[in-house]
Design a binder for this molecule. Structure first.
Ligand code: AMP
Length: 505
């Protein structure tokens, strides 16, 4: 998962871009990058690490210009090499930089086509470099001309939609022209735009989540529609056009479950309200199926599940308390890849308050159970803290299928619920009872009744139905072999050596 942002301002945008990356940091902690445009010159700084580590004062001083784009990265395709930090740059035509959130499911074919037919070289494993080159090729497919028009850009985005499959939300910038944001024809990954008035005129911002607009004082205008492209020129002109033939609004439901910040609005849905409704639905399921439960207290597994856990407790008329304290200063992603590091990091991250567990039947609530590593350790921690019975509820249904649209949802073989019943998962996790949200309830919780904007959610991680309709068993098999932890580690180590040699380190 990644976060993207773009600003066309009336003053230097470096600080605003940096601030917005901090607000979007939850979408990716592996790498960060900003590129600004000063007249026809691009200034780029990107590297591995949190935004606060990547940029220092010297970098910020050099990131001059009144428009720019930024990115925070969590790798799904490719590896963790700093060479794959974004934005990416291609010099022809016009000089384009691009930042992307999502995953192209036909990346391998596109890479070959780009090389054989379009004579374009792709130097990384990143599908974002591919997306940039497809867009660039679309812009250069007409007789060369110096003055770029909106028509040229909309046509190039049309070619992106014709050639690329998967989920993608992108922001691009062309020196001396402006910024462009576009979203795949299913609108799987989010992008919004907003504006603010200043004494010197209007400023525009596009971002993965509305919370970035709020923080910087921009008013949310609306989502970029699925298949739509919006252009904001450096002079502050705004243009928008639908560039896909059959757009359908099918946002990723996992954004609402886990990824997005609760204070964001995606496709007109308040993430916070959606999570509250998830808690209520889960409470109703407990009332239906376990009316004579003996739960004493509801305890959230911080942070995301808090909203759902509180509304679940309220609905059941049960006390709600914090039982785990999270160390906020841990979680640098260089310790994350690989299962061993992940296992250790749960205990380093969460510590129980024993008195809240001692002698009680506790219902722990998590937003989702993916590998089951967290849940297993947390259940054990609750027992060690003295709990009598440890029950676990998940605000999302069992995660059984990999995500192919940009979320690092591992190989199916690493998903604890893949091919297993609830009872089997419960046994692995070591809980006394496990309750999952039903998928219909989750969908109803996110798409509140009367909300007609969404045609259908991409809920593929729960039901294996991929909204783009082109995900084959072969593709999933290939994903399985390159996404599992050992394959990822292998890739990262190999790549790290190459980088070291280049850096002379
Ligand atoms: P686990 O079951 O150990 O994989 O951990 C699941 C927890 O990790 C969930 O409760 C979420 O808070 C969080 N989570 C869910 N999906 C992801 C993801 N793709 N990347 C990182 N963390 C995630």
């Amino acid at each position: 998962m990644c976060g993207i942002v773009g600003i066309v301002g009336t003053e230097p945008v470096n600080q605003s871009l940096y601030d917005s990356l901090l607000v979007l940091q939850h979408r990716g902690q592996d790498a960060a990058g900003i590129v600004t445009c000063e007249e026809d010159k691009l200034h780029l700084r990107k590297n591995n690490g949190l935004a606060s580590d990547v940029f220092n004062t010297d970098h910020m001083i050099r990131l001059r210009g009144n428009m720019g784009i930024g990115h925070v990265r969590y790798p799904t395709a490719g590896c963790s090499s700093s060479a794959e930090a974004q934005p990416f740059y291609v010099n022809s035509p016009y000089g384009i930089v691009l930042a992307h959130n999502g995953n192209l499911t036909n990346a391998d074919d596109l890479k070959q086509d780009l090389f054989r037919e379009d004579l374009r070289h792709i130097n990384t494993e990143s599908d974002s470099e591919i997306l940039l080159n497809i867009f660039a090729h679309g812009l250069s497919s007409y007789p060369p001309h110096l003055t770029l028009s909106e028509e040229d850009i909309f046509r190039a985005v049309e070619t992106v939609h014709q050639r690329c499959q998967g989920g993608y939300a992108a922001v691009a910038m062309i020196p001396g022209y402006g910024i462009i944001a576009f979203r795949d024809p299913h609108g799987i990954r989010p992008v919004v735009f907003g504006e603010r008035d200043t004494p010197n005129g209007k400023e525009f911002m596009v971002a993965s989540e509305s919370v970035a607009l709020d923080t910087l004082g921009f008013n949310l205008v609306r989502d970029v529609a699925p298949g739509e492209a919006v252009i904001i020129t450096q002079n502050g002109e705004f243009h928008a056009r639908q560039c896909a033939e059959n757009p359908q609004r099918s946002p990723c439901i996992f954004e609402f479950v886990y990824f997005a910040r609760p204070d964001s609005i995606i496709d007109d849905i308040f993430v916070h309200k959606a999570r509250q409704r998830m808690g209520k639905k889960l409470a109703r399921k407990i009332q239906r199926q376990w009316a004579n439960h003996d739960i004493d207290v509801v305890i959230p597994i911080p942070d995301t599940s808090r909203t759902a856990a509180l509304s679940l407790a309220n609905k059941l008329g049960l006390p709600y308390t914090e039982g785990f304290i999270k160390n906020r200063y841990i979680g640098r992603t260089f310790i994350m890849p690989g299962q061993t590091a992940r296992r250790k990091s749960v205990r380093r991250k969460l510590n129980p308050i024993d008195v809240e567990f001692k002698g009680k039947n506790v219902l722990l609530v998590d937003d989702s159970i993916v590998r089951g590593t967290t849940s297993k350790q947390i259940v054990q921690m609750a027992r060690e803290a003295g709990a009598n019975k440890v029950y676990l509820a998940s605000a999302a249904p069992p995660v059984r299928y990999p995500n192919v649209y940009g979320i690092d949802m591992p190989a199916a073989s690493e998903l604890v619920a893949s091919g297993r019943s609830t009872a089997e998962v419960c046994e692995i996790i070591g809980a006394d009872k496990l309750i999952y949200q039903d998928l219909d309830d989750l969908i109803e919780a996110v798409q509140k009744k009367g909300m007609v904007k969404v045609d259908r959610f991409d809920a593929s991680v729960f039901n294996g139905e991929y909204v783009t309709g082109d995900v084959t068993a072969d593709y999933l098999q290939e994903l399985e072999s390159c996404r599992n932890d050992s394959a990822k580690n292998e890739r990262n180590h190999t790549r790290a050596d190459v980088i070291d040699l280049h850096n002379g380190a």
